[in-house]
Design a protein around this ligand. Structure first.
Ligand code: 5GP
Length: 225
C-alpha cells in the first residue's frame, strides 16, 4: 500500500480547521504540514478567504486573500456564499462555499486558517462537522504571545492591544470547541502534533464505512479461501 492510500481511507476529503491568535505561529505550522502532505502525494488545499481589510505589503490578491469591499462581502454573505464568516479585529473575513465544498466532495483535503467564531460555525454545521478536524494553536504564555506580535513589527500599539485582548477572549471562551490544542513552543514538535491530528482524523473509520466494509469482506474471503 502506498503512503497515499494508507492515509486516504475515507473517500471524502477532510476539512482541517486551524485557529489561534496571530503570533501563535499558525502560518508556519500550516506551511510545514502542507509541505509534508504534498510530499506524501496528498496535498492539503489552502482555502483563500475573502476579507474587507486592506492588503499588507507583500500580500497578493487571490493568494493570501480575496480582497473585497464591504458591500461585495455583505452581498456574498446574504447570498449564502460563505460556509462561515465573522468580524475579526474590525474587518470581515469569510470562507467561500466555492473554496471548500467541491474539493471535499472530490476527496481533496482543505485547510482553513480561521478565527474562533468561524471554527464555532463549522463545529455547529451538521454537514461539515463530521468531515472536519479542528486545532487551536497557542503560545506557551501570553508574555510570549505579546513578544512575538511585537517582534513581527506589523501592528500599531492599538492593534497589538486589540489582538492581545482578542487572544484572551479566544482562550477563555473558545478553545472548548476544538478537537485538539497545540502549544507551539517548539516548531518541529508542534508541526508533528498538527500532522498527527490530521492523520488521526483521516484514519477514523466513521468517514470510511465503505472502505472498512470492503476490508472486512476481503478478510472473510481470505479466511474462507
Ligand atoms: P490577518 O488579518 O492577520 O490575516 O487575520 C486575522 C484573523 O482572521 C486570523 O486569526 C485569521 O485566522 C482570521 N481569518 C482569516 N480568514 C478567515 C476566514 O475566512 N474566516 C474567519 N472566521 N476568520 C478568518
Amino acid at each position: 500500500m502506498s503512503n497515499r492510500s494508507s492515509i486516504n481511507i475515507s473517500p471524502s476529503g477532510t476539512l482541517i480547521v486551524v485557529s489561534g491568535p496571530s503570533g501563535a505561529g499558525k502560518t508556519t505550522l500550516v506551511t510545514h504540514v502542507r509541505e509534508y502532505f504534498e510530499g506524501l502525494g496528498n496535498p492539503l488545499h489552502f482555502s483563500v478567504s475573502h476579507t474587507t481589510r486592506e492588503p499588507r505589503t507583500g500580500e497578493h490578491a487571490g493568494v493570501d486573500y480575496h480582497f473585497v469591499g464591504r458591500d461585495a462581502f455583505l452581498q456574498m454573505a446574504n447570498h449564502g456564499e460563505f460556509i462561515e464568516w465573522a468580524n475579526v479585529h474590525g474587518h470581515m473575513y469569510g470562507t467561500s462555499v466555492r473554496e471548500v465544498e467541491v474539493r471535499l466532495g472530490s476527496g481533496q483535503d482543505v485547510i482553513l486558517d480561521i478565527d474562533v467564531q468561524g471554527a464555532r460555525q463549522i463545529a455547529s454545521n451538521e454537514s461539515l462537522k463530521p468531515r472536519s478536524v479542528s486545532v487551536f494553536v497557542f503560545t506557551p504564555s501570553f508574555d510570549e504571545l505579546e513578544a512575538r506580535i511585537r517582534g513581527r513589527g506589523l501592528n500599531t500599539e492599538e492593534q497589538i492591544q486589540m489582538r492581545l485582548a482578542e487572544a484572551r477572549r479566544e482562550v477563555e471562551h473558545g478553545i472548548q470547541f476544538y478537537d485538539y490544542v497545540i502549544i507551539n513552543d517548539d516548531v518541529e514538535i508542534a508541526t508533528d502534533c498538527l500532522k498527527a491530528a490530521i492523520i488521526a482524523r483521516k484514519l477514523q473509520s466513521s468517514g470510511a464505512k465503505q472502505t472498512v466494509r470492503e476490508l472486512a469482506h476481503r478478510f472473510r474471503e481470505d479466511k474462507v479461501g
